[in-house]
Design a binder for this molecule. Structure first.
Ligand SMILES: [Zn+2]
Length: 484
């Protein structure tokens, strides 16, 4: 080893030593101010403005547009100067109208139905026809049933197909819808999976793409009755759906930036989706996440001095249709992703905070441990989970090897409101909600202020290992965001 090389290597060692020398306790005076500002701040009132005044925020809808303008104005009101609406395109716009359904025979009675997301309207006057169950969507089976299915309403019993996993099921279901269209099927019905005829706002597939045929979900008990009746004889159903559809539609993400005081070119991103399904008012999916991003912006500005690195605050559109806004951001900002030090995402409801999901990265877990122990534990957020998911907006960044963390909260009661008309403000516990906000704010500040980056970017092969281990590869390849 020559002397020059030895000096260079010594230089590499100095940086981590300095980084370790920096203790979480050094940052505590500032993170305590952040926490106090959020706990005593207006999160609940701001959430009320979004959920009760703007309402449900389906991507591309007038309410979504209002929410982006409202959020941009909020950022500006906190004194943040770099606030932008960043456009991306979705394949089709869709707005829910009314949907009614009834059984005409054997027993005339109304059915609990809701249109599937991005389903077209029925012709005026609706459609009525006898019901045919399809449980096997193998192409040869559907070909052999083509004549039989013409003029019918198909009851697509997808439970077995979905049981093999979303990634494998999705292309089969999509191909089946096209086969139904080709056969001259009138409409498709699918059973909701929850008791008491509760309806969830569901879509089919990935991306804001119009379905080839009108489709509804039917309450679970109503669906079971249809299935029982079909064992005895023919069942006739009437469906009327008046959704509005449009062509390619521009949607905006809202992005604000607080420039770093020492290394403004390096940035960390705090994100959450602003859009919601249209049932309920999207209070915990994902009003609470969106308000967190706004509130952390307010609390950081109130500190009076920005941390070393820049902090970008992003509110995404199109999450519910397949993480479309965050994915679009990774494409538009591809050239500067190497300067992204970390991404923090919030989108699991406002349950009691636990900590962070490190999305399969053992190195990130190890790097986070001192901060979790030193700053987050006392705030109910010191735990770390290795779970890897591609179900919300940390996903697109994770695929680029960026350290991407998803806020981990107690989700015991999340299923009771998720995508339902009951996802409203009254279910939000203020202390749990603010507790989660504080975990994100403190972590963001620590990473932005820390001497060394929290963890390196990992390469494509290393990302591939993680998603393979998490059994996500089929799905990611099918939706077109990953090439092994
Ligand atoms: Zn969500």
């Amino acid at each position: 080893m020559n002397l020059r090389r030895a000096v260079v290597l010594a230089g590499w060692w100095v940086i981590p030593v300095l980084a370790w020398a920096q203790q979480p306790s050094d940052m505590k005076p500032v993170t305590d101010r952040l926490a106090a500002s959020i706990y005593t701040g207006p999160s609940m009132a701001t959430l009320g403005e979004l959920t009760d005044n703007v309402g449900g925020r389906l991507t591309g809808s007038p309410a979504y547009v209002r929410s982006t303008e409202w959020a941009a104005a909020k950022f500006r009101s906190y004194g943040i100067e770099n606030v932008r609406l960043e456009p991306f395109k979705i394949e089709a716009g869709w707005q829910r109208g009314t949907a009614t359904g009834s059984m005409l025979a054997p027993l005339p009675r109304p059915l609990n139905v809701a249109s599937l997301g991005w389903g077209p309207p029925t012709p005026p006057g609706g459609v009525h026809g006898t019901v045919a169950i399809v449980a096997d969507v193998a192409p040869e089976v559907l070909r052999s049933r083509e004549a039989e299915l013409r003029g019918k309403i198909v009851f697509l019993d997808a439970s077995k197909i979905y049981a093999e996993g979303y990634g494998k099921a999705m292309p089969k279901i999509q191909a089946a819808w096209l086969a139904f269209q080709k056969a001259g099927v009138l409409a498709v019905i699918m059973s909701d999976r929850e008791r008491n005829n509760v309806l969830n706002a569901h879509g089919v597939g990935w991306g804001a793409k119009l379905l080839p045929l009108p489709g509804v979900e039917v309450g679970m008990e109503d669906s079971k009755m249809i299935q029982r009746d079909l064992e005895r004889g023919p069942v006739t159903i009437q469906l009327t759906i008046d959704n509005k559809t449009s062509g390619e539609t521009t949607v905006n993400n809202v992005v604000a930036e607080i420039r770093g005081s020492e290394r403004p070119d390096e940035w960390i991103l705090i994100g959450a989706h602003l859009d919601s399904w249209d049932f309920g008012t999207g209070a915990q999916d994902n009003g609470t996440g969106a308000i967190s991003v706004l509130e952390i912006g307010r609390a950081l500005m109130a500190l009076g001095k920005a941390p070393r690195r820049s902090i970008r605050l992003a509110l995404w559109g199109g999450e519910e249709e397949g993480l479309l806004g965050s994915y679009a951001y990774t494409q538009t900002h591809k050239d500067e992703l190497d300067k992204c030090v970390a991404v923090l995402n919030t989108d699991n409801g406002a349950g009691h905070p636990k900590g962070w999901k490190v999305e399969g990265r053992d190195d990130l877990k190890k790097a986070m441990q001192p901060w979790s122990d030193g700053l987050l534990k006392d705030l109910n957020g010191g735990d770390l989970s290795s779970d890897t998911t591609y179900d919300t907006d940390h996903g697109p960044f994770m695929l680029y090897g960026i350290p991407a963390l998803d806020l981990w909260v107690d989700m015991t009661h999340y299923g009771e409101i998720h995508h339902k008309s009951s996802d409203t403000l009254d279910k939000v516990d203020s202390l749990d909600f603010k507790g989660g906000e504080v975990i994100v704010a403190v972590t963001a500040y620590a990473i932005a202020q820390s001497e060394a980056p929290i963890a390196p970017h990992i390469d494509h092969a290393a990302v591939g290992e993680i998603i393979k281990k998490a059994k996500l590869e089929d799905m990611l390849v099918n939706v077109g965001v990953w090439k092994p």
